[in-house]
Write a protein that binds this ligand. Structure first.
Ligand code: 1QQ
Length: 397
């Protein structure tokens, strides 16, 4: 299903030399798109979903093209979970792999470090999961398909109030060493205020923490009846588990970091009931044939229901492929025939003026690089009796 992944730069250099030596091969070459996500480190809880979604996009897009050009070829580079990993993955994709565009990185924290490299190289980046404020503002070659949490997160707090109108006292917790968490908690704290609720305590932790005794004690002491968590998957999952073990029984709202299906084995049965506002729902298929086909083929390929990060990675690859196709159509030239620099610029311009029907519903990328998404979904985690598997069940749109 997938194309060869060039794990080592030297192997690709050889391939490039060969393609230069044989022009006929170069003409037929696929359009290389970089996929810079976390395949190792705790951020791989998101990244594994992203790899699955991107590979499915590549297979479906190329199958739909049949014998027609252009075909796309994803080039995977592991960013791991930190800034240095993202920077080196981007550097390889830009300078060695000579990709037309990059999907990545996984975390906003990484994007602020790595995206400027692509921007300087005038190569479009499409963020598949960066939801912090300020991502498109990094530069004119940075766009995203991941709706910012400022547009998504407040929906989950409103849903919590619909479930329990008596909520008044809110505990807000966030990882203070991560850009997305810091950005999202600001949105949550504003929503708490706007809804007339009181933040009775605001607690911080680190994304690397595993022991949340102090934060859990503070929540219980404050007598909170709603807990809101902005963390990355592993830390946030452990925090949920420890809150429940120590007896917190109220509603929990999770931020985007609790929006991966890979969270289920982390917090186990204690994940049950956590509310998460998301940019995607596998249940929203009736009005969206693209999502219907995506869910069907995802299940056939991976034997599980797709989560938000898979759907967003799919959408990121899709918008680039559609932009490339539009550039070809409008120029009347095969994309592979254009000089790389011109193609990168043309694809960036096309990306930022398009409307796309994706598994996420209809999205538009504005000339600023910001995404506009029609639909937001609030889901509730429903764990299965095995305490390891579960699903995000749509509760509100
Ligand atoms: C960001 C996020 C993370 C939860 C993505 C995996 O939203 O870093 O912006």
């Amino acid at each position: 299903m997938t194309r060869p992944v060039f794990a080592l730069c030297p192997a690709l250099c050889l391939a490039l030399i060969l393609s230069l030596a044989v022009p006929a091969l170069a003409e037929k070459a696929s359009i290389p798109i970089g996929m810079a996500v976390a395949q190792t480190s705790p951020a791989a809880l998101f990244g594994q979903e992203q790899v699955d979604g991107a590979k499915l996009a590549e297979a479906r897009i190329n199958a739909a093209q049949g014998g027609q050009e252009p075909h796309i070829a994803l080039v995977f580079r592991d960013t791991a979970g930190d800034e240095a990993g993202a920077v080196s993955a981007f550097r390889c994709l830009l300078e060695t792999d000579k990709v037309v565009a990059i999907v990545g990185p996984t975390l906003s924290q990484q994007a602020f470090a790595a995206d400027p490299l692509a921007d300087q190289a005038k190569t479009p980046v499409v963020a598949p999961s960066n939801t912090a404020a300020g991502i498109p503002e990094i530069g004119p070659f940075v766009s995203r398909i991941s709706a910012p949490m400022s547009q998504v997160a407040p929906h989950s707090v409103r849903q919590a109030l619909r479930i329990n109108p008596d909520i008044a006292r809110v505990a807000v917790l966030f990882a203070h060493n991560d850009a997305y968490c810091a950005s999202e908690t600001a949105t949550f704290q504003e929503a708490v205020k706007n809804l007339g609720l009181t933040a009775v305590t605001v607690e911080t932790f680190q994304t690397t923490d595993t022991d949340f005794t102090a934060q859990v004690a503070a929540v219980l002491k404050a007598n909170a009846d709603l807990v809101i968590i902005s963390g990355l998957a592993a830390d946030a999952g452990n925090l949920v588990r420890q809150l429940r073990h120590k007896g917190y029984a109220g509603l929990i709202v999770g931020g985007n970091g609790l929006g991966t299906t890979n969270i289920f084995p982390v917090c186990g049965a204690q994940c049950d009931g956590v509310l998460v506002a998301q940019a995607y729902s596998p249940d929203a298929v009736a009005a969206n044939p693209v999502n219907q086909g995506f869910v069907r083929d995802f299940q056939a390929a991976y034997h599980k229901i797709p989560g938000q990060f898979a759907a967003q990675a799919y959408a990121a690859v899709q918008v680039i492929a559609e932009a490339v196709a539009r550039v070809e159509k409008e120029s009347g030239k095969t994309a592979g025939d254009s000089p790389l620099a011109a193609l990168r610029e043309a694809v960036n311009a096309a990306l930022r003026s398009g409307t796309y029907l994706t598994p996420l519903g209809e999205i538009r990328i504005l000339p600023s690089g910001e995404v506009e998404q029609k639909d937001v979904f609030v889901s509730k985690i429903a764990m299965n009796p095995d305490g390891q598997t579960g699903s995000f069940v749509l509760v509100a749109e």
